[in-house]
Write a protein that binds this ligand. Structure first.
Ligand SMILES: O=C(O)CCC(=O)C(=O)O
Ligand SMILES: [Fe+2]
Length: 494
């Protein structure tokens, strides 16, 4: 079994660069998730600053970021010096138990719409004033019924028999000694993810593919390991329940009881598992949507939580057309990207950012040990998710302050890297969905991502992506070698 196990140790030199979020006198070095880098740069910057300064209120950070002309580094050093001088004490974030509880759920209730996108009532009810949430407020959800209705997720508590969950946790805590931080390029420097991770595969051939064909964040993975016995046996149960829940969601929630356009009609069969370790309350992952490159449009992801309970925050991405509405209780669209240029950029940028935060609010799903969260097909295109730094945690009897998370994913054969477009600089292009721009919202595109990989220079490659109704690509180039191996489903590859 060890034949292809990567024993890559964490890089000491690079690790020295990592700043623990919350340490006041260090400059900005902890990055968000690679998936964050993209169209929503204010969110990226906010996520970085919130990771670095977990005690300071989001509003205060936003104001400061705007007054620093969007410079994360300047804002971060100001926050650090204010924290050192004790002057941010009144801006401290409340402990999770005292976070603002949103009084109205209806701003987030999912409802069927014609265009394949699910809408929340707040954004879609005809003849009804859109409900807005107060900026910075968080709606905490615990009950599975609430999660199913108000978010694009399903949660199943006590998913595995408790002994099996504990054994899997022990197995993965041992494995986590070999995990490492992703590295990527942000603002001219190499930064590292604020948690550690590793990818698991079934066979040596898959190891080869994951380290030399599939890319992530614009570069090849260096930390890939062989699927462990419990990880594999649990994947069968995850596969079974995820397929049941997909069908239930189609029947009960999707328009006309039909799968979404571009969602795969096939059985969901996981062939890759990403395992994350959050070693303590400060470890996190910033707001992001998962990379679609190999998952394709409207993917479903099964995500198992073990160890310490943490909060999974989700928020809907507000499209520009909703921001640009005006009137009582609605939003003023002054986004820097919008077509009407603001008269006072700094003030208007702040207004736009505040407006976005107001409109979004955020929802917190509590993820206890042994809970399975299913991110349904509408999640990645319309919502963003994060594991935010925690103020306090209740230690878990087995893992102490650590949390392990496994995301089971299904990479489509039709999106194997030998088929996907290469950009001009020779790297594999990545697949993104346009989330905010009114004119292109919901369209998919292939883009160069090499600029986010350490030591690489990106190009400006861009190409619209075309898919059939089942989300399989329609290529205008000749496919490369169809008979070559793809990733095997965990259960099938035993
Ligand atoms: O830890 C989690 O629950 C989420 C992890 C995640 O979002 C990811 O790996 O993309
Ligand atoms: Fe994610």
């Amino acid at each position: 079994m060890d034949a292809f196990v990567s024993r890559k140790k964490r890089k000491t030199a690079a690790s020295e660069e990592v700043t623990q979020p919350g340490i006041p006198d260090e400059p900005c070095k902890v990055p968000p998730h690679p998936d964050l880098a993209g169209e929503d740069s204010t969110d990226v910057k906010l996520a970085i600053l919130m990771s670095l300064h977990p005690d300071v209120e989001q509003d205060y950070i936003l104001d400061l970021l705007v007054s620093c002309d969007g410079s994360v580094e300047v804002a971060s050093s100001l926050l650090a010096s204010q924290q050192a001088a004790g002057s941010t004490s009144s801006k401290k974030r409340a402990a999770p138990s005292s976070l603002g509880i949103q009084t109205s759920l209806s701003a987030h209730v999912l409802t069927k719409s014609e265009d394949g996108f699910l809408r929340t009532l707040g954004g879609s009810m005809a003849g009804r004033k859109p409900l807005t949430t107060k900026k910075g407020q968080t709606l905490h959800l615990y009950a599975p019924e609430d999660v199913a209705v108000h978010t694009p997720c399903t949660i199943i508590h006590n998913f595995l028999p408790s002994e099996e969950a504990n054994k899997l946790l022990v197995e993965l805590l041992e494995e986590s000694e070999h995990f490492s931080r992703y590295e990527f390029q942000l603002f001219n420097r190499t930064v590292q993810s604020p948690h550690t991770a590793c990818v698991y595969v079934s066979t040596p051939e898959e190891y080869r593919q994951q380290t030399s064909e599939y890319t992530y964040g614009g570069t090849y993975r260096s930390n890939v390991r062989q699927v462990t016995p419990y990880l594999r046996s649990v994947s069968r149960k995850v596969q079974h329940i995820v397929n049941e829940e997909i069908q239930k969601r189609i029947r009960e929630i999707y328009p006309d009881g039909k799968k979404l356009k571009y969602q795969s009609p096939k059985e969901w069969r996981p062939n890759a598992a990403f395992v994350n370790c959050y070693a303590g309350p400060a470890e996190s992952v910033g707001y992001h949507a998962d990379e679609l490159t190999y998952l394709g449009p409207h993917p479903v992801i099964g995500s198992l939580s073990l160890g310490v309970e943490r909060e999974f925050r989700v928020r809907r991405v507000v499209p520009q057309d909703e921001e640009e509405e005006d009137g009582d209780g609605k939003l003023n669209g002054n986004d820097p990207d919008s077509r009407s240029k603001p008269t006072n950029p700094r003030k208007d940028q702040k207004a736009a950012t505040d407006a976005r935060a107001d409109a979004q609010g955020q929802i917190s799903i509590h993820l206890p040990h042994n809970s399975l969260l299913i991110m349904h097909a509408e999640m990645q295109e319309e919502w963003k998710h994060a594991i935010t730094p925690a103020q306090t945690i209740s230690p878990h009897p087995i893992s102490g302050n650590r949390r392990i998370n496994i995301t089971y994913r299904w990479y489509r054969d039709t999106l194997h890297p030998r088929c996907t477009p290469r950009c001009r600089c020779g790297t594999h292009a990545i697949l993104r969905c346009s989330q905010r721009k009114q004119e292109s919202r919901g369209r998919y595109m292939w883009m160069c991502y090499a600029g986010f990989a350490p030591g690489k220079q990106g190009c400006s490659f861009f190409q619209w992506a075309e898919f059939d109704d089942d989300g399989d690509p329609v290529w205008n180039h000749k496919q490369r070698d169809d008979a070559a191996p793809t990733l095997a489903n965990f259960s099938a590859s035993q």
